[in-house]
Design a protein around this ligand. Structure first.
Ligand SMILES: C[S@@+](CC[C@H](N)C(=O)[O-])C[C@H]1O[C@@H](n2cnc3c(N)ncnc32)[C@H](O)[C@@H]1O
Length: 226
């Protein structure tokens, strides 16, 4: 295959994947909060525990969905400056109704963040990373928009649990939007080999018999090479 054709094929696969994500969540948006209420509340509380914001600090929630986490952060840290991005307009419409006008929400992807470099103190992902096909590209964007003292908090499904392994295999076959889940060790390796982060910590836990999760925290490396 010619290089040009391969590039076109790569772009086609990416568009296919992005369309699948948007289609899935456009369809789910109105039902999302009710259907996933237990899961969202449980993962939100675990993620919130790892977020520490000082007055006036800037936080970005990537894949903010219907805005449940941002609403909880807004309540806990009324002086923080909050923003959220999500590629699915129908999810953002619900977030827009739920959040105060002070919270900036934009339609965008983790891989292409519409913000200036060194804007945020904290960046959070909650139940989003398993959709990301180009994790290094997304992490590169994350460090670009993080301030030099910035931190990340990433909560996602954890492949160390058998239920998640089954879920991952099933979704890889039957759900075009899904990409992959990670084991703790593998995710640690991804974060450390990127060369972008220090002080990486990952905790695994179950929120019920089915959902095995992990939350990773890390700090942006000083003098990170981009
Ligand atoms: C399971 S929902 C999680 C929503 C929210 N974070 C929560 O905890 O309720 C996944 C969200 O990730 C978004 N998403 C999927 N791929 C993304 C990407 N590459 N960049 C940013 N957001 C993405 C979807 O549109 C969807 O709203």
């Amino acid at each position: 295959m010619l290089k040009h054709d391969m590039t076109k094929r790569g772009a086609g696969l990416k568009n296919d994947h992005e369309n699948s994500v948007q289609k899935e969540y456009a369809h789910l948006a109105q039902k999302y909060d009710d259907k996933w209420s237990f899961y969202v509340e449980a993962t939100l509380q675990k993620t919130l525990k790892k977020i520490e914001l000082h007055s006036g600090e800037h936080l970005l929630d990537i894949g903010c969905g219907t805005g449940a986490l941002l609403a909880a952060i807004e309540k806990r840290y009324p002086d923080a400056v909050l923003a959220g991005v999500d590629p699915t307009q129908e999810m953002l419409d619900i977030a827009g109704n739920r959040l105060s006008k002070k919270v900036h929400i934009k339609r965008s992807w983790a891989e292409r963040l519409p913000f200036d470099t060194e804007t945020f103190d904290v960046i959070v992902f909650c139940s989003v990373f398993h959709y990301i096909r180009e994790p290094l590209l997304a992490l590169k964007e994350v460090v670009r928009v993080l301030k030099p003292t910035g931190r990340v908090v990433i909560t996602d499904w954890c492949d160390d649990y058998i239920t998640c392994q089954i879920c991952d295999l099933f979704l890889r076959v039957f759900n075009k939007a899904h990409f992959k889940t990670y084991r703790k060790k593998e995710f640690y390796q991804l974060l450390s080999s990127s060369g972008f982060f220090d002080d990486i910590e990952i905790n695994g836990y179950k929120v019920n018999w089915f959902w095995g999760m992990m939350t990773a925290t890390a700090c942006k490396k000083s003098n990170v090479k981009r």
